[in-house]
Write a protein that binds this ligand. Structure first.
Ligand SMILES: [Zn+2]
Ligand SMILES: [Zn+2]
Length: 229
């Protein structure tokens, strides 16, 4: 099966996951080479090749933004920091424990992965702004799937990166991992359904390329009725 980055807009590319990896977004603008989410790390070489196809590579990455710290999103950071020096960004609710050496929220133990200590330099919160060349992203704190889950609004593009909060087809991230919270997830989906965007890039499954806001509304209603909230 061929996996290649799909061009979503100028400077913005989307890779649907290999096996257990999260989806990965790649942004290149000015001197910035940015990944949003990094997969498990198991497909490090294939990812590097895909990036080379776009004139970049893992060792050239300047920044990695994580929608949350579950192992299928953060695991890929480990081989990358061994060969480069990107700045890692993550919501402070998950980044601060990691900086103190507490990796429990990554679920690395549950999945039997030995995750070395990591330094999260970019501690994010609601309203944080990330500027990468001509690309500006605004952080929305959307807990529920995990305590520090975020969505990223890529300003003036109509693109929202939804992490494991919103998936296509009326679906959404599970809430049965530690720090998952059904009520918080429904509230986060409600917020997303009230935002203005056209394209949704989720942490798993395919991109919502058209009318993603409608998809968000369907997921909100589905979650609300499923959790009886
Ligand atoms: Zn995930
Ligand atoms: Zn997750």
């Amino acid at each position: 099966m061929i996996h290649l980055f799909d061009k979503i807009a100028d400077s913005i590319y989307f890779l649907v996951s290999r096996s257990f990896d999260s989806n990965i977004t790649f942004i290149q603008s000015g001197d910035y080479h940015v990944l949003v989410d990094a997969g498990t790390g198991m497909n490090y070489h294939a990812l590097d090749k895909d990036l080379q196809g776009l004139g970049s590579s893992l060792s050239q990455l300047t920044d990695i933004v994580l929608t949350h710290s579950h192992i299928d999103h953060i695991g890929g950071v480990i081989p990358i920091v061994e060969s480069g020096n990107p700045k890692i960004h993550l919501h402070k609710a998950e980044g601060e424990p990691i900086n103190e050496g507490n990796m429990s929220q990554t679920l690395s133990d549950t999945f039997g992965v030995d995750l070395p200590p990591l330094k999260i330099e970019g501690l994010l919160e609601e309203g944080s702004i990330l500027e990468f060349g001509d690309i500006t992203m605004q952080v929305y704190h959307t807990p529920g799937h995990s305590l520090g889950s975020i969505c990223l609004d890529i300003l003036e593009t109509g693109i929202l990166i939804t992490g494991d909060t919103l998936f296509p087809g009326g679906s959404f991230g599970r809430t049965d991992f530690p720090t998952g919270d059904e009520r918080a997830l429904v509230e986060s989906l409600r917020r997303i359904s009230e935002m203005t965007f056209e394209i949704g890039l989720p942490g798993h499954m395919n991109a919502m390329k058209f009318n993603a806001k409608k998809s968000a509304l369907a997921s909100y209603q589905m979650a609300k009725s499923m959790f009886r909230l």
